[in-house]
Design a protein around this ligand. Structure first.
Ligand SMILES: *[C@@H]1O[C@H](CO)[C@@H](O)[C@H](O)[C@H]1NC(C)=O
Length: 220
């Protein structure tokens, strides 16, 4: 009886302890409202597909690049990399990366520069709260094209667009042969809200203005 009671109190104590531990994350994960990286650009309405795509590219700082792998014998290989399309006040829409040929992604690109970049609104502060990142209301963008090194004469200009959003890149080891690469877009696929994805041409994408509603031609 005594032992039983002792064990019961141990169990209750353990239960209280694990309960406290289990409650902890929710107490810590109170929504923290941080502003968007480039807060001067509010989210466009989901019906303006090209503007949403431009907005997502401008606000995000990293994504997943897929290549045709060499080390896995031609399987798709996804790798998380940083990108930017310009400083906050200079959204260009250009997709710039800083890659080294010491990494599998750049090695794959040497053999075949076809690549896709996947971005999610879920990485943005305060966005997609309360929904799963796969929910259609949490915008997702896949951008496909050729991911190639920027020619030597364009490296400095490209660095000036990329580095303000990724200040640490300036300090990456010079012996590792990092170069700015650019994804030359052939097509974009946006899923934002219900009703299926929308394919966009590079012309529609680059014509979109982040601050002004898209023109009828750009939306067509
Ligand atoms: C590169 O990959 C694309 C897409 O998989 C394919 O269509 C193309 O034939 C490949 N090119 C070469 C040179 O292997």
């Amino acid at each position: 009886m005594t032992l039983c009671r002792l064990m019961l109190s141990v169990c209750l104590a353990l239960g209280a302890l694990t309960g406290a531990v289990a409650r902890r994350p929710s107490a810590l994960s109170q929504p923290v409202q941080r502003p968007l990286a480039c807060s001067e650009f509010p989210r466009p309405p989901y019906t303006e597909y090209a503007r949403v795509a431009r907005w997502l590219v401008h606000q995000t700082t990293w994504g997943e690049v897929s290549t045709t792998s060499r080390h896995l014998g031609g399987m798709a290989f996804g790798h998380v990399v940083s990108h930017a399309d310009g400083p906050c006040d200079q959204p260009t829409g250009r997709l710039l990366f800083y890659l080294t040929s010491m990494d599998a992604t750049a090695q794959d690109l040497q053999a075949n520069s076809s690549a896709s970049l996947a971005l999610s609104e879920g990485q943005l502060a305060g966005a997609c709260t309360g929904v799963d990142p796969e929910d259609p209301t949490c915008a997702k963008l896949s951008i496909s094209g050729r991911l190639e090194p920027v020619p030597e004469e364009g490296q400095q200009e490209a660095q000036a667009l990329l580095f303000p959003r990724h200040p640490h890149m300036r300090d990456w080891p010079s012996g590792h042969a990092f170069r700015v690469y650019e994804l030359h877009i052939s097509t974009l696929r946006l899923l934002d809200w219900y009703g299926g994805p929308h394919d966009l041409s590079p012309e529609q994408y680059f014509a979109a203005d982040l601050l002004e509603p898209a023109t009828a031609e750009a939306m067509a």
